[in-house]
Design a protein around this ligand. Structure first.
Ligand SMILES: *Cc1c(COP(=O)(O)O)cnc(C)c1O
Length: 809
C-alpha cells in the first residue's frame, strides 16, 4: 500500500488532520505518534478482518494460548518491521522533519508481565503469526502493568505504571463480545428427569469486555488476535446490590471492587501470590476466554462432542489451570453433557507448560477461600480429585502416602499443578534439563502414572524482535553475507558460520559491536552520569532480581576484582564495565537489599581514581523489554549464573548469544543446550552441576563456613560488606552476610565463587585475543537459530497442538 514515501506522507498527513484535527506545524510529538499508530492500524485492518474470516471458515484445529502475562513491550517498531514498511515510513518522516525512532520511543511498554514467562508468551505470539498458525492469545488487560522502578539513593522505589494514560492505539474494544463471569454465591442442586442439574445462585456478576490487539505476522497476510479481558460492571447490574435503596456510595464501592480484577498485575516472578484477588483474576481470565471460544465454536452449529478436534487450549504455567474445571462446568452445566464425555473432551483439549520447580512458586489455594469464591468450580475440582484418587487406589492400593502426595486436594489446599497435569493431555518442561528434573524428581509420581503426557519444548525468542529489530546493523551484515532467508527460517543463520575465518567480516562484526557499545554508553551516560570506556568488556546481567539467579555472585566477583586492583593498580586485566538491570518484587526484601548492595558497590568503585577507570559498575533502572532491546546488542559477556537446576530455561541467555555475546554460565536451563550448539570453545561454563546441587540438598546443604575460613578473598569481601567499607548505613547488608554464612548459603554462592573467578579469568584471557573473541561471537550468532521461538512453536504445533499453518484454498 505504501508503495513509496510520497504515498505514505500523504496518508500520514491526512490521518493527522482527520483524527487530531491538526496540521504538522501544530502537532505535538504525541499527536504524531497517535496518528501514525492509527495509520498502521488502518493499514493492517484488511488483513486482520480477512484472517478472522479465514479462521471462522476453517475446519482444522486452532490454538488458544492462555497466559496471565504477555510482556509485549512496544509494538510499533515490530509492526513496521513485520509489515515491511519501516524504511518507507522512515524516509517519508525524514522529509517531514520527523525522526521515526523518536516517535517509536513515545510508546509506553506494554508491561503486562514480570519476566521470562510473560516475554515467552509475547515471543510465541509473534512466531504463531509469522508462521501462519491459527493461534490466538488470551490474557488480561491490566490497567497497571509491571511497576516503574526508580533508584533513589541506591534503593528501589516502585511507582505505578499507568501505561494506558494516553490512548492505546493498538487495541479495539469489543463491547458486543462481552461475557459474564460469576463469583461467590451458592450452588443449588435439583434432579430434573432423573438427572442432577446445578444452579449457581446469588453470585456476583462481573462483565468481561475484550480488547483485541492485532499480532501481525512477518511478511505474510496473517494478523492474529491477542484478546485481553477487562473487568467491568454491567450497566444493567448498576443497581446491584442496593442502588435502588439510594446507597450511592456502596454502588461506587462495588464498581471499584469489580474493576479491581483487571487493575494490576501482581509483581511476583517465580513466587506464588496467595491473595484472593489473584485467584479471582485467574478465574476471570479462563472463564471469559472459554466462554468466548465456545460461543465462536457454536456459531458454526457444530456439536460440542468435537470441540477438541477444532480447539486446542494451552495453559502457560498453572495460572490458567482453572480452565480445566471451567470447561467441565460449561460442558456439563450449560451444555448438558455427562461427566465422562465432558472429561474426555477436556483432557483432549488442554495442554500445560510447567515453568519452574521452585517450591515457593507452586500455586496452592486454601480450600475455604477457593470454595467460597468459586463454589461450583470447587465441586468440580473435588469430583476430579475423587475420581483421580480412585484410579490411584486401583494402581497403588494401600499406598496412602503416595495417594496423598498426588491428590489435587490435600492438607486443606487445592494444588494447581496437580490439577493441570491430571486435566491435560500434554505436560511440557521448557528445556531438556528442566524436563528431565521434572520426570526424575519433582513430578516423578506423575511421570510414572502418565509417562505419555510428558515432553520437552525448549524455549525460544523471536529473532525478528531480538535480532532484526533490536540490532539492525548486525542484521544488515548477516543479510549481506547470507541473504534474507534466515528471517523466515532462522536455522539458516548457520550459513553465517562460513565467515568465521573471513577477517574482513570479523572486522565489521567487531565494528558493529563497538558502535552498539557506544550507543549503550550514551544511555549509561544519560541515566547514570557515568562515562564508560567502550574498549572495556561490557559484562551484563539483566533479569529479575532473584536469589537463585545469583546477582550476588556477580557482585562478589566485582568486589574481588576491586580488591585486586587496589592491591596492584597495574594489574594486567581488560577494563570491565559491569552492567545490571533488575526489578525486585516490592515485597522481596532480600532482593531489594541486593539492589542496594550493587548500587553501593557502584558508588564505591566508580569514583575511585586509583582504578584508572579499569572498573565500572552500572545499575540501569527500570529494566523492561524496550531497555533490553537497547542493552543486549552492546553486550560482550552474558551473565547466566543461576544455581544449577533452578533456572528452568532462561531466555535472556538466547537473546545475548543471538547478538554475539559470549555466555559465562552454569550448566543450567538452556545454557546446556547453548553449550551443545556452540561447543565448549565458544562458551565459558563453571560451577556445580544440577546433580551436585541436588545431592547437597539431599544431605542438608553444605558448610559455607569452611569456604569462608579457607578462602581469604571471600572472608575479606564478606567483612567489607558488614564493616563501614561500603557507602551504606551500618548493618545494611547484615542479612546478606547471614544468608551466606549463618543460613547455609542456600544458593551455593560461596561454593561457586572460586570456579566463577576462574571462569572470569578465562573470559579476560579470551578477550585479549580480539580476533579470536569476535570469532566466538560469530559462532554464537550462527548457532542461535535453533533458539528462535519459530523452532519452539513449530514443535508445539506438531507435537502438542496438532495444528498446521493456515493456507488459503
Ligand atoms: C527476556 C526477558 C526476561 C527473561 O530473562 P532471563 O534472563 O531469562 O531471566 C525478563 N525480562 C525481560 C524484560 C526480558 O526481555
Amino acid at each position: 500500500m505504501f508503495t513509496n514515501k510520497q504515498v505514505f506522507k500523504e496518508a500520514f498527513l491526512n490521518k493527522l488532520a482527520s483524527i487530531r484535527g491538526k496540521t504538522l506545524q501544530e502537532a505535538s510529538p504525541m499527536d504524531i505518534y497517535l496518528a501514525f499508530g492509527k495509520l498502521i492500524m488502518d493499514y493492517t485492518s484488511k488483513n486482520w478482518a480477512q484472517t478472522n474470516l479465514d479462521y471462522k471458515e476453517k475446519e482444522a484445529r486452532q490454538v488458544y494460548y492462555f497466559s496471565m502475562e504477555f510482556l509485549l513491550g512496544r509494538l510499533m517498531g515490530q509492526y513496521l518491521v513485520n509489515l515491511g514498511i519501516r524504511e518507507v515510513c522512515q524516509e517519508g518522516f525524514k522529509d517531514l522533519g520527523i525522526n521515526l525512532e523518536e516517535v517509536e520511543s513515545l510508546e509506553p511498554d506494554a508491561g503486562l508481565g514480570n519476566g521470562g514467562l510473560g516475554r515467552l508468551a509475547a515471543c510465541f505470539m509473534d512466531s504463531l503469526a509469522s508462521l501462519n498458525y491459527p493461534g490466538h492469545g488470551c490474557g488480561i488487560r491490566f490497567k497497571y502493568g509491571h511497576f516503574e522502578q526508580k533508584i533513589i539513593n541506591g534503593y528501589q522505589v516502585e511507582l505505578p505504571e499507568n501505561w494506558l494514560r494516553e490512548e492505546n492505539v493498538w487495541e479495539i474494544r469489543r463491547a458486543d463480545k462481552a461475557v459474564e463471569v460469576r463469583f461467590g454465591g451458592n450452588v443449588r442442586m435439583e434432579v430434573v428427569e432423573g438427572k442432577m442439574v446445578f444452579h449457581h445462585e446469588d453470585y456476583e456478576p462481573v462483565l468481561a469486555v475484550p480488547y483485541d490487539v492485532p499480532i501481525i505476522g512477518y511478511d505474510n497476510k496473517t494478523v492474529n488476535t491477542l484478546r485481553l479481558w477487562n473487568a467491568e460492571i454491567a450497566d444493567n447490574d448498576f443497581d446491584f446490590p442496593s442502588f435502588t435503596h439510594g446507597d450511592y456510595l456502596r454502588v461506587i464501592e462495588y464498581k471499584r471492587s469489580v474493576e479491581a480484577i483487571s487493575q494490576l498485575l501482581y509483581p511476583d516472578d517465580s513466587h506464588h501470590e496467595g491473595r484472593v484477588l489473584r485467584l479471582k483474576q485467574e478465574y476471570f481470565l479462563v472463564s471469559a476466554g472459554l466462554q468466548s471460544i465456545i460461543r465462536t465454536y457454536k456459531k458454526k452449529s457444530r456439536s460440542l462432542a468435537y470441540l477438541h478436534k477444532k480447539v486446542a487450549i494451552h495453559i502457560n504455567d498453572t495460572h490458567p489451570a482453572l480452565a480445566i474445571p471451567e470447561l467441565m462446568r460449561i460442558l456439563i452445566d450449560e451444555e448438558g453433557m455427562g461427566w465422562n464425555e465432558a472429561w474426555s473432551i477436556t483432557t483432549e483439549t488442554i495442554s500445560y507448560t510447567n515453568h519452574t520447580i521452585l517450591a515457593e512458586a507452586l500455586e496452592k489455594w486454601p480450600v475455604d477461600i477457593f470454595k467460597s469464591l468459586l463454589p461450583r468450580i470447587y465441586m468440580i475440582v473435588n469430583e476430579i480429585n475423587e475420581r483421580f484418587c480412585g484410579q490411584l487406589w486401583n494402581k497403588y492400593t494401600g499406598d496412602w502416602q503416595k495417594i496423598r502426595e498426588m491428590a489435587i486436594i490435600a492438607d486443606g489446599y487445592v494444588k494447581m499443578a496437580h490439577l493441570a497435569i491430571i486435566g491435560s493431555y500434554s505436560v511440557n518442561g521448557v528445556a531438556k534439563i528442566h524436563t528431565d528434573i521434572l520426570k526424575k524428581y519433582e513430578l516423578k509420581n506423575f511421570y510414572e502414572f502418565y509417562p505419555y503426557k510428558f515432553n520437552n519444548k525448549t524455549n525460544g525468542i523471536t529473532h525478528r524482535r531480538w535480532l532484526l529489530k533490536a540490532n539492525p546493523a548486525l542484521s544488515d551484515l548477516i543479510i549481506e553475507c547470507i541473504g534474507t532467508q534466515w528471517i523466515k527460517e532462522p536455522e539458516g543463520l548457520i550459513d553465517f558460520l562460513k565467515y568465521r575465518s573471513d577477517s574482513s567480516i570479523l572486522a565489521r562484526l567487531e565494528e558493529i559491536k563497538r558502535n552498539n557499545k557506544i550507543k549503550l554508553a550514551e544511555i549509561i551516560k544519560q541515566n547514570n552520569l557515568v562515562n564508560v570506556d567502550c574498549d572495556a568488556i561490557f559484562d551484563i546481567q539483566i533479569k529479575r532480581l532473584h536469589a537463585y539467579k545469583r546477582q550476588l555472585l556477580n557482585a562478589l566477583h566485582i568486589m574481588h576484582l576491586y580488591n585486586r586492583l587496589i592491591e596492584n593498580p597495574d594489574l594486567d586485566i581488560v577494563p570491565r564495565v559491569f552492567i545490571f538491570g533488575a526489578k525486585a518484587s516490592p515485597s522481596y526484601h532480600y532482593a531489594k537489599n541486593i539492589i542496594k548492595l550493587i548500587n553501593s558497590i557502584a558508588l564505591k568503585i566508580n569514583d575511585d581514581k586509583r582504578l584508572k577507570d579499569k572498573l565500572k559498575v552500572i545499575f540501569l533502572e527500570n529494566y523492561r523489554v524496550s531497555l533490553a532491546e537497547a542493552i543486549i546488542p552492546g553486550a560482550d559477556v552474558s551473565e547466566q549464573i543461576s544455581t544449577a537446576s533452578k533456572e528452568a530455561s532462561g531466555t535472556g541467555n538466547m537473546k545475548f548469544m543471538m547478538n554475539g555475546a559470549v555466555t559465562i554460565g552454569t550448566l543450567d536451563g538452556a545454557n546446556i543446550e547453548i553449550l551443545d550448539a556452540v561447543g565448549s570453545e565458544n562458551i565459558v561454563t563453571f560451577g556445580l552441576t544440577d546433580r551436585e546441587v541436588l545431592t547437597f540438598y539431599h544431605h542438608g546443604g553444605y558448610n559455607s563456613w569452611e569456604i569462608y575460613n579457607s578462602d581469604e578473598r571471600i572472608k575479606n569481601i564478606l567483612e567489607q560488606f558488614v564493616s563501614d567499607f561500603l557507602p551504606a548505613p551500618q548493618g545494611e547488608f547484615t542479612t546478606i552476610y547471614n544468608s551466606l554464612l549463618h543460613n547455609n548459603d542456600e544458593f551455593f554462592v560461596l561454593k561457586d565463587f572460586a570456579p566463577y573467578v576462574d571462569a572470569q579469568n578465562r573470559i579476560d584471557k579470551l578477550y585479549k585475543n580480539k580476533q579470536k573473541w569476535t570469532q566466538m561471537c560469530l559462532v554464537n550468532i550462527a548457532h542461535s537459530g535453533r533458539f528462535s521461538s519459530d523452532r519452539t512453536i513449530n514443535e508445539y504445533a506438531r507435537e502438542i497442538w496438532n495444528i498446521k499453518p493456515f493456507t488459503s484454498k
